[in-house]
Design a protein around this ligand. Sequence first.
Ligand SMILES: *Cc1c(COP(=O)(O)O)cnc(C)c1O
Length: 390
Amino acid sequence: MTQVPFLDLRRHHAPIRDELVAAFEAVLETSAFAGGPFVQQFEKDFAAYCGTRHCVAVGSGTDALWLALLALGVGPGDEVITVPMTFMATAEAITYAGARPVFVDIDRDSYTMDPRLLKQAITPRTRAIIPVHLYGQMADMEPILAIARAHGIPVVEDACQAHGATCQGRRAGAWGDLGCFSFYPGKNLGALGEGGAVVTNDENLARSVAMLRDHGQARKYYHDRVGWNARMDGLQGAALQIKLKRLEAGNEARRRHAALYRALLADAGGVFLPVERPGSRHVYHLFVVRVPDRDAVLRELDERGVHCGIHYPIPVHLQEAYRDLGLRAGMFPVSEQCAAEVLSLPMYPELTEDQVEYVAQELRSCLSHRSATRFAAAGSEATAQLVPCA
Ligand SMILES: *Cc1c(COP(=O)(O)O)cnc(C)c1O
């Protein structure tokens, strides 16, 4: 049986193994292990890539989001708006800044913040808005920024899944006041460990994040404010410089696989395919479809050697950790429906056409042998609304 792993990092790193080892030796020679010149060079490269003036490398995407909020002065008593359909870290950063997460539901087609619902969530306490560029496609930034600017509220992009995504040719991270990235190994640009970055065009914000990641000091042992240790490792800076050069080719390969999935699944009944917003370049960190009876489909595909993921099965507002917020099922219906139906198919640059074809064939077969009655039995409104996209 063909096996298609969900992710294949070994194959991803094999062609650059020698280059990576040489870079590690260079770090070892100079002992530049915490911050230092390898990290500084990566910061220059990544700022240039994003089209921003500044990049501050940090320890993770979670650090990036947290320190971005602290740099904006977010603190206790404040509210920060984001979406419930995201990785937990987006909300955790808000909580660790001392503020309260306020959720706005997502759009059914793009899985990103629904700008039509944003205005009603703004209160006098709103101090920042965090749209999340989920799965590799940017949120609808123009209306979000227009509303934010009209209210004088800064925007922090959670671009942790969207390295190289664009809208009207401008890259993710370069739209808001600050853009936050993760270099977790499985991301489109992944370190060989943990890493993250904040990009911005604002020099003062860049300086604040740079101080906060290094115990609030701009000069050694002179601490202007209480910060943290959120520096990037030298080894990660060196590896990321090498991997950044291959990001565009990787994103293009992902887009090719997505086009092939789309062609092979276009006329399959009962599967909702990703929708690309006009003017936006999706970089397919994940290729997420919606299917009825999702958990059964996931199990069945797994038995056929097709290993899928779920991003994410429980929206943040329904997580046990946020019970204190007093939010209930039914409050963010689109996020809740998507959480029940989303299925992430294998997606990475190294997939072969044969693998994509095998995944599509097995998914089609899983869906077609589920009888029409079974569809009806699953029976939710959600299921009835599932339509293949043209
Ligand atoms: C990965 C991710 C993060 C957190 O990044 P880490 O580097 O794992 O801390 C935050 N937000 C989203 C949307 C992510 O996908």
